[in-house]
Structures are given as structure tokens and as C-alpha cells.
Ligand binder design. Structure first.
Ligand code: GAR
Length: 208
């Protein structure tokens, strides 16, 4: 059984989707802990109700980011994970932290990377006149919202869309591509070569 630790900052809808699929589909894996950078993260309460170990490493309690990173790494390592899943974890992580989990840490970002890394992706996509937007699951590298792409979803931008409408349309696809990507990881279906991720048996890595 692969051990998964999920990091959240907020409501944790992606985390919930992963926990539900993992249990419902009988993956060879278990979500052993959900951690957050603040005790008030709604996702923590949900995970605790599911009987999953939870902990908060309060970002604001640390004067230096390196110290936060080191304490977070300790909290993660206490659960000996095979995979660390960033699910709406809104902290920039230092290079040493990222290297520690190289090849075994995934993130989801609500844009078609490499377009629009960082914040306010949907607003920026609307301002740029994009006709399609989407989400990306990727392995984490030290560069923010960057790294080998596991899967992407694409949705149309419709006339009259505002940020909230786009965010909701994209989020619905996140709940499909993130659990599937995590499942592929724990089932050892992913191969990374030269920065390119392929599914060993050729499954489509695009949801469109
Ligand atoms: C999701 O849309 C996720 O893609 C985004 O935060 C939201 C978290 O929602 N992540 C990022 O912007 C990371 N750069 P959730 O807490 O309901 O899963």
C-alpha cells in the first residue's frame, strides 16, 4: 500500500475527491494524513471526520520560511509518505523542501501551464481573451507552478463568463484529473523521461 500525505490551505475539495476515489475505487494506497498551513483550513475538519490523521503547521508562527519548510517536512515525514499531494496548498516552498520530495510530489494548478503560473489565473485568462482554459497536474520542481505535466483538462471560455464561472467549470475538471493522476502514480503507471510524463500503457493525459 502506498502512503499518501495531502497538503491543503483551504476547503480541500480536491483532497476530498482524492480521498473518496482512493477509498471507493480500492487503490493500492491510503491517504494517511492531511496537513495544512493553518489550523482553520476547512479541509482539515473534513479529513478528521473521515478518521484521517490531521495536523496544522502554522505558517504565521515562523519568522523564516526555511524554518516553516523544515517543520512541515518533519510533519510530513512522520507519516513516511510515498507521495505528497499539494491540493490547494497556497505556500511557496523552498528549493530544499522541493528537492526532498523530488519525483514524489504532485500539484494541481488552475491553468494550462506553462500559461498563468501564480495567482488569479482565471482573471488573467479572461483579461488575455483566452478561448479555452483548464487545469494542470504536474510534478513539483523548485520553480513555482512548473514541472513535468501529468495531465491537463481543457474547458471553453463562454460569452459572459466571469472569474467565478470559469473557476467552477475548471474545478469540476480538477476533481477528475487530480484523482486519476494520483491513482496512476500509486499504480506505478507514470514514466518521466527528459521532463516529459507518459502513461506507461498510453492512457490519454488530456481531459477535453
Ligand atoms: C484549486 O482550484 C487549485 O487548482 C488551486 O486552488 C484551488 C483549491 O481548491 N491551486 C492553486 O492555485 C495552486 N497554485 P480546493 O481547496 O477546493 O481543492
Amino acid at each position: 500500500m502506498k502512503r499518501i500525505v495531502i497538503l491543503v490551505s483551504g476547503r480541500g475539495s480536491n483532497m476530498r475527491a482524492i480521498v473518496s476515489r482512493c477509498r471507493g475505487e480500492g487503490w493500492p494506497a491510503e491517504v494517511v494524513a492531511v496537513l495544512a498551513d493553518r489550523a482553520g483550513a476547512a479541509g482539515l475538519a473534513w479529513a478528521a471526520e473521515q478518521g484521517i490523521a490531521t495536523a496544522a503547521v502554522e505558517f504565521k508562527a515562523f519568522a523564516k520560511r526555511d524554518e516553516f519548510d523544515a517543520t512541515l517536512a518533519e510533519a510530513i515525514d512522520a507519516h513516511a509518505p510515498d507521495l505528497v499531494v499539494l491540493a490547494g496548498f497556497m505556500r511557496i516552498l523552498g528549493a530544499a523542501f522541493v528537492r526532498r520530495y523530488e519525483g514524489r510530489m504532485l500539484n494541481i494548478h488552475p491553468s494550462l501551464l506553462p500559461a498563468f503560473p501564480g495567482l488569479h489565473t482565471h482573471r488573467r485568462a479572461l483579461e488575455a481573451g483566452c478561448k479555452a482554459v483548464g487545469a494542470t497536474v504536474h510534478f513539483v520542481t523548485p520553480e513555482l507552478d512548473h514541472g513535468p505535466i501529468v495531465m491537463q483538462s481543457v474547458v471553453p471560455v463562454r460569452a459572459g463568463d466571469d472569474e467565478a464561472a470559469l473557476a467552477a467549470r475548471v474545478l469540476a475538471t480538477e476533481h477528475v484529473i487530480y484523482p486519476l493522476s494520483v491513482r496512476w502514480f500509486v499504480e506505478d503507471e507514470l514514466q518521466v523521461e527528459g521532463g516529459i510524463v507518459r502513461h506507461r500503457r498510453g492512457a490519454s493525459q488530456l481531459l477535453a
